[in-house]
Design a protein around this ligand. Structure first.
Ligand code: ADP
Length: 593
């Protein structure tokens, strides 16, 4: 682990530091001790040698005294407890406190002897096979004026110095071990102290990395590590804010896309579907598994594919109209295609917004059809009026019989045009939202209105000897309606019944309540409507074959006005009829509360 790696390295560094320091210090102390003691001993031996030199000079100078040298040397040696050796200038051992001079070899080549002869003193440490230990040999020359008579050598064992040295070495070794142990413990504690906050930071940073941006680092070390913790906290907080902002933006966008009444499809630059909103998925039947496929496979419209290619190539937005037929539903879309920018000024893809203009197109078509129909309907009587007026002017006016006939036709045609214009104006008025807002719906007694309409049209049905009756319950039937509109509905229906029922026939208007609705039925015993025409009779300007009634003159707008009003009142209208079977129109309206 990262932090345990640091800890190991810290501990190792501490240990190396402690080890090197102790080793250097211990070596120095040992060296210093050895050197100091050897030097002290050398000085002592030197002093002793110089004293021996002075004491024994007479014996060495006087050849007769040489016999007593040995005794003097031994005496002196017992006093100083060191080995004393007297060597003449040729290297011959004259006396030795430990050995017999005769058994000893020539000492001329001993380094300390050579040094003493050459300079003022010589000192050497050497292993003595006789003693089986290291000895320090110190020698000074024996001078008589300018003459060098020989050398006094004093030797002492280094065993004490070495024993002391070994002791100190043991003590130092122990100290080294104890200090190392303490060092290890201390370095463990120190390493933990320094790595614990780092471990905390690592743990929390890892959680932050996994998306838990609400996590915070709480450490109080008062150093750079604490600053690092704060910095990470600030980083996480601002990252959290930014992500929240982005998520909110994304949600907003998704909400807008999901609730748009336009289908939206995002394509990449190669025309493959990248994303769609729910409406697009529903309209084009795009399952999630189809994301990533080419638009030709998904939407399957070559005109769209062409427009996408052009948008990518030109990098400019465009608008096209697209006629589609998905699941047998014909639709017309106005598609807005906009290039979406990529990183390096290249078009990354194309955003397609499908605006459903089917209804708009239908309205446009119906309007055009309506205008054509209205023009045709108005044009026919106008042509007749014009024709007869011209014939009159051309001379027929002088024929009183013809004049009356033609003027009567002109009057009838003008009357027809008047009715047509009246109906058209009525439709226009009903279509105006402003007018509809003004009209109030209130409890309206349908039976009373029916009776009034029967009375209003009585001259017409009486002229045809029709029996018109009202069938109403005793209690008035109150619908939530408008009296003027309801009157208009019943006038149109009764007027048709009168028109299409031969003399002597019957017409009945029945009122009542059924399934919580007010019901009005207009039934006649007239010509009836052929089954093929039934679905079309509510269309504007639709008339069943005009030749079948003498009293033509209908505009074809009456039933469409009726249907329009009934639907505005929240009701329904149905028709039951057949050729020669009479006709029954049934209207239901909501009852007044
Ligand atoms: P019009 O002004 O020609 O009567 P309507 O829209 O009122 O136009 O009626 C459309 C057509 O429906 C009429 O031309 C007529 O042929 C048929 N029709 C309407 N009511 C009746 C009815 N009661 N009996 C027979 N045919 C009817």
């Amino acid at each position: 682990m990262f932090s345990s790696g640091i800890r190991t390295r810290l501990i190792a560094s501490f240990l190396v530091l402690i080890g090197v320091t102790l080793l250097a210090l211990g070596s120095y102390i040992l060296w210093f001790f050895h050197d100091y003691n050897t030097e002290r001993l050398t000085d002592n031996l030197l002093t002793e040698a110089k004293i021996a030199d002075q004491l024994l000079l007479p014996d060495v100078r006087d050849p007769a005294g040489r016999s007593s040298i040995e005794a003097h040397v031994k005496e002196l040696a017992t006093k100083v407890d060191h080995r004393i050796t007297i060597i003449d200038k040729d290297g011959v051992v004259l006396a030795d406190s430990w050995e017999s001079p005769a058994a000893m070899e020539n000492h001329r080549d001993r380094p300390e002897v050579r040094d003493a002869m050459a300079s003022e003193q010589g000192a050497v440490v050497r292993y003595s096979t006789t003693m089986g230990e290291n000895l320090l040999y110190v020698a000074v020359p024996i001078r008589d004026g300018a003459d060098t008579l020989g050398v006094v050598r004093v030797a002492a064992t280094l065993a004490y110095v070495e024993a002391g040295y070994n002791r100190i070495r043991s003590v130092l070794l122990l100290a080294f071990l104890v200090t190392s142990l303490l060092g290890v413990l201390l370095s463990f504690r120190l390493a933990r102290k320094y790595t614990a906050p780092l471990e905390t930071i690592t743990r929390v940073a890892r959680q932050m990395g996994q998306g838990r941006l609400d996590k915070r680092i709480h450490i109080r070390t008062g150093d750079e590590i604490e600053v690092l913790g704060h910095t990470l906290n600030n980083l996480a907080a601002s990252l959290d804010d930014k992500i929240n902002e982005i998520v909110a933006e994304k949600r907003k966008l998704e909400l807008i896309l999901a609730n748009m009444d336009n289908a939206v499809v995002l394509l990449d630059r190669y025309g493959r579907v990248k994303d769609v909103n729910s409406l697009a998925a529903a309209v084009f039947g795009i399952a999630p598994a189809m994301i990533g496929r080419h638009n030709l496979q998904v939407i399957g419209h070559s005109a769209l594919e062409k427009a996408v290619r052009e948008t990518v190539e030109e990098g400019r937005s465009r608008r096209i109209d697209l006629k589609t037929n998905y699941s047998a539903v014909k639709r017309v879309f106005q598609v807005f295609l906009a290039p979406t920018p990529g990183t390096d000024n290249e078009t990354a893809g194309v955003l397609c917004v499908f605006h459903d203009i089917t209804a708009l197109k239908e309205v446009e078509e119906r309007q055009a059809e309506f205008v054509a129909n209205a023009s045709h309907e108005l044009g026919t009587p106008l042509t007749a009026i014009k024709g007869f007026a011209e014939t009159l002017l051309d001379g027929a006016v002088h024929d009183p019989e013809l004049s009356v006939k033609f003027i009567t036709i002109i009057q009838e045609e003008a009357e027809r045009m008047h009715r047509l214009v009246k109906d058209l104006m009525q439709l226009a008025r009903l279509n105006s939202a402003e007018y509809r807002q003004q009209v109030k719906l209130e409890p309206t007694a349908v039976d009373k209105i029916a009776a009034a309409v029967i009375t209003q049209l009585s001259p017409r049905w009486q002229a045809k000897s029709l029996a018109v009756g009202l069938d109403a319950p005793e209690r008035p039937v109150l619908a939530n309606a408008n009296a003027d509109w309801l009157t208009q509905v019943l006038v149109n229906l009764l007027d048709n019944s009168i028109k299409f029922t031969p003399a002597g026939g019957t017409v009945t208007i029945a009122c009542g309540r059924e399934d919580g609705n007010a019901v009005l039925r207009v039934a006649d015993s007239g010509l009836g409507i052929p089954a093929a025409d039934l679905p079309l009779i509510f269309d504007r300007f639709y008339r069943v074959d005009r030749s079948r009634v003498r009293e033509g003159g209908g505009t074809g707008l009456g039933l469409s006005i009726v249907k329009f009003i009934v639907e505005m009142l929240g009701g329904t209208i149905t028709v039951k009829s057949g050729t020669g079977e009479g006709t029954t129109f049934t209207i239901t309206l909501p009852l007044a509360q």
